[in-house]
Design a protein around this ligand. Structure first.
Ligand SMILES: *Cc1c(COP(=O)(O)O)cnc(C)c1O
Length: 566
């Protein structure tokens, strides 16, 4: 166990996340938040940072998506095998839930980078024979169940995780709360300090003095009030008893319901949004708080297809460790880059044929759209006017591939999947189109490297950041997206990709999308391949050199962790 021993001696920054995407076979993630946490862990390993990662084991995964005959999503459990990937540790701690003791045991996953450095990831598990049957299921289903189930999961993650680090012998100086789910880790910190006088509970000073704020960094990922986890205090009392006095909780987390975002905001000395635009939106939502911004990034080595990576190897052998040197990717030779892209696309076309039986072509532009299926991302906008789309394709052929999971209780997302299935069928014979089931790390890797155009149509300002477009850009796949989230910073019109005009008064109008596709994007692909390849290189060099998780994490270290106690 020298991995663990070394981690215990070294790590003083603990990164808490409800989900972390480590491997396609490890189903501890649902989407972008988990992929970001996984990319962060990879960068932490590459940079050999003194960090430990804490998440839930999620034995039954998130959702295994099956598409039914009527195009609906059928949501199955998605179990995985922890024993094949991680080691159970002998340590356990107990948290009180509904008056019962619930034991929590960590499994250790050693994330090892090519240089041999390790980032330790602790996967918290309650499936222990000491626990009551219902408590054994708390760490089964990621984002599964009702509010009580979610609260119990957050108790295990936050309180269980914080106590476990102590039990294992870690001396943590800085806690990074990746989204509000982890905010309950502040409660054991609160308990360990003197209880403030009730009348001064709301005072900032008390908590500065208590030192909690100096130890907590909070990254918020949601720009809408409705996206915050909130729990009725009746439920909180039932689950947590008087672990922390209710008046203290109410002063810190909201008087009507326990708002995890508010709790995290009030107890974190450094708070940031995940893109410049998102930080602005968050400041408007929470006036009076200092909200910094650190724009998300992606792990450049993980998301650059090996075919493209080979080209970088010759140009700048240190590109994976120092993604800034990708700025020189604009000097890549055209022909090898194009040929690499076409080989990657050929593999994707073969995969589409294998899974759907549909013949796509390598010489026709391929538009990709893949992300969590939910209303604000407007996955149906491309299909808003099927006749117009068909007309457009008769003059300039195109192909469409779509993928994405919907949360089982997200009606809007479920409906979108069904509607897209019907649109795909309606395009039959005119536009090759396919919905690929089971969006995950592996399929994402194939799509973000194998398409030609990466489409994103969120309703501004609701896309906090978005990261799949960064992955596409790394592979010379050109972004075509509404200006929101990271794209506000990444888009240089006609250079790194294209924006899609958005009129807030006509949010469902796909006209600007169709017009630019017809007048700018598709003609460039058809008539000026040299300029297209030039744009591919601009995309790789400008976006690859600046939107990496290495850059992001270095900023967290200097601007957040070091400014705090860490
Ligand atoms: C990158 C990624 C996401 C996030 O994509 P967005 O563009 O932020 O919506 C979600 N799921 C998977 C599997 C990913 O790889």
């Amino acid at each position: 166990m020298d991995v663990l021993d070394r981690a215990i001696r070294r790590a003083h920054i603990a990164y808490f996340s409800m989900e972390i995407a480590l491997q396609p076979e490890i189903h501890t993630y649902s989407g972008g938040l988990g992929v970001l946490a996984g990319d962060t862990a990879r960068s932490a390993a590459d940079l050999d940072l003194p960090m430990v990662f804490v998440t839930l084991i999620s034995r039954q995964g998130y959702v295994r998506q099956e598409i039914g005959a009527d195009h609906t999503q059928i949501s199955h459990p998605d179990p995985w095998s922890p024993q094949e990937w991680a080691k159970p540790l002998p340590h356990m701690v107990a948290v009180a839930i509904e008056g019962r003791l619930v034991w929590v045991r960590p499994w250790l996953y050693a994330l090892t980078c090519p240089l041999g450095h390790v980032a330790p990831v602790l996967l918290l598990d309650t499936d222990l024979e000491q626990n009551a049957a219902e408590d054994r299921r708390i760490t089964d289903r990621l984002y599964g169940g009702d509010a009580a189930y979610r609260l119990k999961q957050e108790v295990v993650l936050g309180i269980g995780g914080q106590l476990l680090l102590g039990a294992l012998g870690f001396s943590i100086r800085t806690y990074h709360l990746n989204e509000g789910h982890a905010a309950l880790l502040t409660l054991p910190l609160l308990r360990a300090t003197q209880r403030p006088e009730p009348q001064s509970v709301a005072s900032d000073d008390i908590y500065e003095v208590a030192g909690i704020r100096a130890r907590c960094v909070f990254t918020t990922h949601t720009p809408v009030e409705a996206g915050f986890d909130k729990f009725d205090y009746d439920l909180v009392e039932r689950v947590l008893g008087d672990y922390v006095p209710l008046d203290v909780l109410k002063a810190l987390a909201g008087s009507d319901r326990l708002n995890m975002t508010r709790l995290a905001l009030n107890l974190s000395g450094y708070v940031n949004g995940v893109a410049r635009r998102h930080a602005e939106t968050t400041r408007a939502l929470f006036p009076g708080y200092a909200i910094a911004s650190i724009t998300n990034g992606v792990h450049v080595h993980r998301w650059t297809h090996a075919e493209i990576g080979k080209l970088h190897e010759r140009m700048a052998p240190n590109w994976a460790h120092e993604p800034e040197v990708l700025a020189f990717a604009d000097t890549l030779d055209d022909q090898p880059l194009w040929e690499a892209h076409q080989r990657i696309k050929t593999a994707l076309v073969a995969r589409i044929a294998e899974t759907t039986g549909k013949p796509f072509r390598v010489d026709v532009p391929l538009i990709g759209y893949a992300r969590r299926m939910t209303a604000y991302k407007r996955p149906e906008l491309l299909f808003a006017d099927i006749d117009r789309l068909k007309e457009l394709a008769r003059r300039q052929p195109l192909q469409i591939v779509v993928a994405g999971l919907a949360h089982p209780s997200d009606r809007g997302g479920q409906d979108a999947i069904q509607a897209i299935g019907a649109h795909v069928a309606a395009l039959d014979g005119v536009i090759p189109a396919a919905f690929l089931a089971g969006y995950n790390l592996d399929l994402a890797g194939a799509l973000v490297a194998g398409c030609d155009i990466w489409l994103n149509t969120p309703l501004p300002p609701l896309e906090a950041s978005g990261t799949s477009g960064m992955k596409a850009a790394l592979n010379g796949v050109l972004n075509f997206s509404v200006l929101d989230g990271w794209w506000v910073e990444g888009c240089v019109e006609g250079v790194t990709g294209w924006s899609i005009d958005h009129d807030p008064n006509r949010p469902d109008d796909a006209g600007p999308l169709y017009n630019k596709l017809q007048d700018v994007v598709l003609p460039l692909y058809r008539d000026d391949r040299g300029r297209w390849i030039w744009m591919m290189k601009q995309s790789i060099s400008k976006i690859g050199s600046s939107f990496s998780s290495h850059r992001m994490l270095r900023r967290y270290v200097i601007e957040a962790y070091m400014r705090q106690g860490g």
